[in-house]
Design a protein around this ligand. Structure first.
Ligand code: GLP
Length: 234
């Protein structure tokens, strides 16, 4: 694992931006894997303000809540519109279909999307319990797209984006761990002291499904982009 530690989240976002810009300038980015959450927002602001043109690039998102329409302001679809796609349209953008309650059909369809669009670079965040995408602790490393019931800690962490905690959806569709590991390159970003224990376990702990992000130790091309606080336990 390559680890870049910047002084602040803003400086770390610039490091992530520079890596993506370099891949774009070398015409090496055809499929970009995207993440939601607060962590990539600084990166997305830099992409929006840049001269990079994504109209020949396909995007695939990690996950989506079950039961929300793409027009729902809490859906990850809507999040991406607001934070990136309005300013930077892509050739095409894919999400697991949160409106379809047939989990097997959604999984099959999204696995086909991923097989047809192999990810060149995947942007990743990390949950405080080490989850990646919505792959909670205990998820098998062999998993592909699947439906998850969110853990109480993830619901609590994501409640800040909703008016009331009981509005947070209880389930989501997510790329699996094997789907994430199939990306040619992974950029995992983590900011703040609350992420420091998960980063320590992911980097220095055993590779175990108990800490989903620890699987990245087995990936040949991972860069962790941290601020000082998130790196404080390394
Ligand atoms: C959610 C998302 C993850 C994200 C995580 C951390 O659970 N599904 O993809 O990494 O939140 O979010 P944040 O960046 O806001 O800390």
């Amino acid at each position: 694992m390559k680890i870049i530690t910047a002084e602040t989240a803003a400086a770390a976002s610039k490091e992530a931006f520079n890596i993506i810009a370099d891949r774009m300038q070398h015409h090496q980015l055809h499929v970009l894997g995207l993440a939601t959450g607060s962590t990539p927002c600084g990166l997305y602001r830099l992409l929006c303000a840049s001269r990079l043109d994504f109209r020949q690039v396909t995007s695939v998102n990690l996950d989506e809540y079950v039961g929300l329409q793409p027009t729902d302001p809490q859906s990850y679809h809507y999040f991406m519109q607001v934070h990136l796609f309005r300013a930077k349209p892509f050739k095409e953008s894919f999400f697991p279909d949160g409106t379809n309650l047939d989990a097997a059909a959604v999984a099959k369809e999204y696995d086909q999307v991923l097989a047809a669009h192999p990810v060149d670079l995947q942007v990743l965040g990390i949950g405080q319990n080490g989850h990646i995408g919505f792959n909670e602790p205990g998820t098998p490393f062999t998993s592909r797209t699947h439906r998850v019931v969110l853990t109480p800690s993830t619901i609590a962490a994501n409640a800040r984006f909703f008016a009331r905690p009981d509005e947070v959806p209880r389930a989501a569709y997510t790329m699996g761990i094997a789907s994430i590991m199939a990306a040619k390159q992974v950029l995992l970003m983590a900011f703040g002291a609350q992420k420091a224990p998960a980063i320590r376990q992911a980097v220095k702990g055993p590779v175990t499904p108990a800490v989903p992000a620890s699987v990245l130790q087995r990936h040949p091309n991972v860069t962790l982009i941290l601020d000082r606080a998130a790196a404080s336990q390394l």
